[in-house]
Design a protein around this ligand. Sequence first.
Ligand code: SF4
Ligand code: SF4
Length: 271
Amino acid sequence: MFIPIQPEIPKFQCNACGSCCSHIRGIIPKEDQEFIREFAFGKMPVVQLVPVERMTFPLWDWEAKRFMEWQKEANVNANIKPLRVIFDLKSNKAIVLTYFMDGETDACPFLKENKCSIYHTKRAYVCRLFPFNMGPFIGNDGMNQKESLFGECWAMEKILPQLPDNFEKMVGFLSEAFPDGSFINAVQNDIIIEWANSTIIELARKKIIKPAVNYPYEFLLKRVSNAEKIDFTDFLVESSYLSREEKEILIKKFDGNADAKEKIENFLSSR
Ligand code: SF4
Ligand code: SF4
């Protein structure tokens, strides 16, 4: 009997060339750029504070807190600033959802002699998910075009041509081809984005916040700059949406990629 031989799934191997950390300003997928330009400058509750060309990758508020500590240890000035906020008309506070590093150059301020100076730490999702831009589970009818999943990385050369078109096969392939954890990190980061969006909607629905929407952008920027700032997850505690303990548990769960592992396992076992 003829038994077809399945080609071995190639394994992604990052050689820490530092290329993806060398140009972090304005490097975001085209579809995201279009969305941000259309909706993030006053039309939606989450307002972006800098133009797309100037932004670097977003750090969740709890990640930004860690980066602020690590920059002291690494003797780096990462110039970490708020990137996206919700201006709450109820409390008059600017609730900071994400931060960004506004370094002097195009490169990540933590990149020294082509090496990440905080590689031994947890770093941020955006550091750990590369070469992915995003996972395959979000987007139109539950899946993204495979071309939009990845950023530019030479180590993808052997993997991309073998990536299946079929969605089910693709998820199985990705979970084997990325033993470095980048696939799980990409899926978890998407889950956190969904969590943040649905939490903002729920806060508004429960009248805990009243986000400023459809305000002239320059006016909004002025209000934000004069407002008291509070991190999103701290606001959840301050507003009693979460207890302090629940917040710590949530962040720990995010850090452990628990949701992504469950999502991938459930998907693979249901095939
Ligand atoms: S992910 Fe790719 S581009 Fe980034 S350091 Fe690794 S090999 Fe280089
Ligand atoms: S913190 Fe490290 S891994 Fe993350 S972008 Fe900067 S140099 Fe790269």
